[in-house]
Design a protein around this ligand. Structure first.
Ligand code: OOB
Length: 561
């Protein structure tokens, strides 16, 4: 099924990726059936649905996915439909996504942290026909959020809720368990070149963009990730981070584990107490963490009575893991560190397990594929880039193109014109340097995005929320260095004449507008006016840069509230 909103690879490039064996013409549905036929009795997924412990084999997962596909079809979900999925780390995540893959309906992967603003946006943007969620998780009523999203977005016809007994809203929704009781039946095979799902971008210009990934391209990255991370049938992968994110999903993640015939354990939360118990119980061999979480695990490992000796590999990525932190991970957790620098748009880099320590500690790895094309260009004017290559070894803006990197965001023609070069390279917005070995070191960024410990914040989005407050005349949001998170967010706010907003009031205001908690500014500083440039006009970019300098120079406040 071709989709007019999807920018495909040029036909001759697609042919090349097929000829090279990167794209194998396999769909996720057929892939899972193949795994179930090859080793039906292996454990695929371990986790909890509310208080109920679950342990499903590959055959059981395959069967649940088949039945759920039939149940969702009976509910009216059709090929080509987009379905917003907001599930925490529950075992049902896997059968739900495979059911949608089989139907040719596309999960839109919201994170559990997302709230009304984000859910409405992605549901509207994707013209979603359904929302699938959990009743409640971490004391938040996701069922009510999904219902509110359906009420606000005309295209959403159905809300499906996984009842975990956690007390959230299930009234007016369809039950996931009931749908999974449908008898399995054959559905028409899907085209491996079509969009299988939509990931969300971290965003830099505003609300998240939708990232269309095909069966062919994603399965290639999954197979190679499993190999590069050394997954074996007896490996046990712990999904500590939210599993809908690209990192725990496929780097190598639960899909890489499935590919290798290994089990995945879904942690309901990533904190050391929860995770260490699971490591001990399930003899976890491999997991993936963002840097602040790695630091928290290191601290806790010094005090724990849990047996962590099964851990072999810990991947760290999502944000820069500096050499000091990197050097502590292996000794503290008794494992090999593997750095990963990836993006939902495609390109993923890993340090290799047999790389010398120096590269593992000081670089973010090299690309998965020999056919990942890397260009490092002059980071001159981001608004009018020359894309001139920098000298080898010099830092520059990273552009990339390859067999699993998208050629365009979904339904975003205007944005695509600047986010991609004319010849199809994605402008990652990352500032990098490359070693002669091909390893990449991330040294900064050119995009207007704050990386708050791996969680991505678009300054413009937060500024818009602040400016909705009646006492706010203007607002600018910047990232400031933070020892633990790498970066935290600071908002500078100019009040309206007569208005006297406080930081606490504005932070609550942003939260109550229904946004992910990680987007609420960590610090709010009220100032009478913003600096202006010589001509008296200030671009957002210049203003943010000036405020960032001011904070760095220590002329800004150290603390607030
Ligand atoms: C991962 O994916 P996203 O889409 O949430 O964020 C991508 C961005 C990159 O462009 C880069 O700015 C930053 O996150 N990033 C890193 C990094 N890994 C990601 N910056 C510095 N060092 C790293 N190691 O974050 C993601 C996707 C797949 C695997 C791992 C991470």
């Amino acid at each position: 099924m071709t989709d007019p909103e999807h920018v495909p690879w040029p036909p001759e490039v697609a042919d090349r990726y097929r000829a090279l064996g990167h794209w194998r013409g396999e769909t996720f549905g057929a892939w899972l059936s193949g795994l179930a036929a090859a080793h039906p009795e292996r454990t695929a997924v371990v986790g909890r649905t509310g208080p109920v412990a679950q342990r499903w084999t590959v055959a059981e997962l395959d069967d649940r996915a088949h039945r759920l596909a039939a149940g969702l079809h009976d509910l009216g979900v059709r090929p080509g439909d987009n379905v917003v999925l907001q599930l925490p780390n529950v075992p049902e995540f896997l059968p739900v996504v495979f059911a949608l893959f089989r139907l040719g309906a596309r999960p839109v992967f919201a994170l559990p942290a997302h709230r009304g603003t984000e859910l409405r946006h992605v549901a509207e943007w994707s013209a979603a026909t359904a929302v699938i969620t959990v009743d409640a998780h971490a004391r938040f009523d996701h069922g009510a959020l999904a219902r509110a999203t359906a009420d606000a977005v005309g295209s959403v016809r159905e809300v499906v809720v996984l009842d975990t007994g956690s007390g959230g809203t299930t009234a007016g929704t369809a039950g996931l368990a009931e749908l999974a009781a449908a008898p399995a039946r054959e559905l028409p095979a899907r085209d491996p070149g079509e969009v299988a799902f939509l990931q969300l971008s971290g965003g830099s210009t505003g609300l998240p963009k939708l990232i269309p990934r095909t069966h062919d391209d994603y399965l290639y990255s999954v197979r190679e990730s499993a190999r590069i991370c050394g997954l074996r049938p007896d490996s046990v992968y712990l999904a500590a981070l939210p599993v809908a994110h690209n990192f725990p999903l496929s780097s190598p993640g639960v899909l890489g584990a499935l590919h290798a015939g290994a089990a995945s354990v879904l942690a309901p939360a990533p904190d050391p107490a929860t995770a260490f118990e699971l490591v001990e119980q399930e003899r976890v061999t491999i997991t993936g963490l963002v840097p602040p979480l790695a630091a928290a695990w290191i601290d806790a490992a010094g005090r724990t009575t849990r047996d962590l000796s099964s851990l072999e590999v810990v991947l760290v990525g999502g944000a820069k893991c500096g050499p000091e932190l990197a050097a502590r991970i292996g000794p503290a957790l008794g494992c090999r560190l593997q750095q990963v620098f990836g993006m939902a748009e495609g390109l993923v880099n890993y340090t290799r397990l047999d790389d010398p320590d120096e590269l593992v500690l000081t670089t973010q790895g090299r690309p998965i594929s020999p056919d990942d094309e890397i260009r490092i260009v002059d980071p001159d004017d981001p608004a009018a880039p020359s894309d001139a290559l920098v000298k080898p070894g010099r830092a520059g803006a990273l552009l990339t193109r390859g067999p699993y990197t998208i050629r365009g965001y979904y339904r975003a023609a205007a944005h695509n014109a600047t986010a991609f070069t004319a010849d199809g390279f994605y402008r990652t917005g990352d500032l990098v340097r490359r070693r002669p070995t091909g390893h990449i070191e991330v040294v900064g960024r050119v995009k207007e995005q704050i990386n708050r410990g791996g969680e991505k914040v678009a300054p413009a989005e937060v500024e818009d929320h602040l400016m909705a407050h009646p006492d706010v005349l203007d607002a600018a949001v910047v990232g400031v260095p933070d020892e633990y998170l790498g970066e935290r967010t600071q908002a500078w706010v100019v009040p309206r004449p007569g208005g006297a907003p406080t930081g606490a009031v504005l932070r609550r205001f942003v939260r109550e507008r229904g946004v992910a908690a990680f987007k609420v500014p960590d610090l709010v500083e009220i100032v009478p006016a913003f600096p202006v440039t010589g001509v008296g006009k200030t671009s957002r970019r210049e203003l943010r840069a000036a405020l960032q300098d001011r904070t760095a120079a220590g002329t800004g406040p150290d603390d607030e509230e």
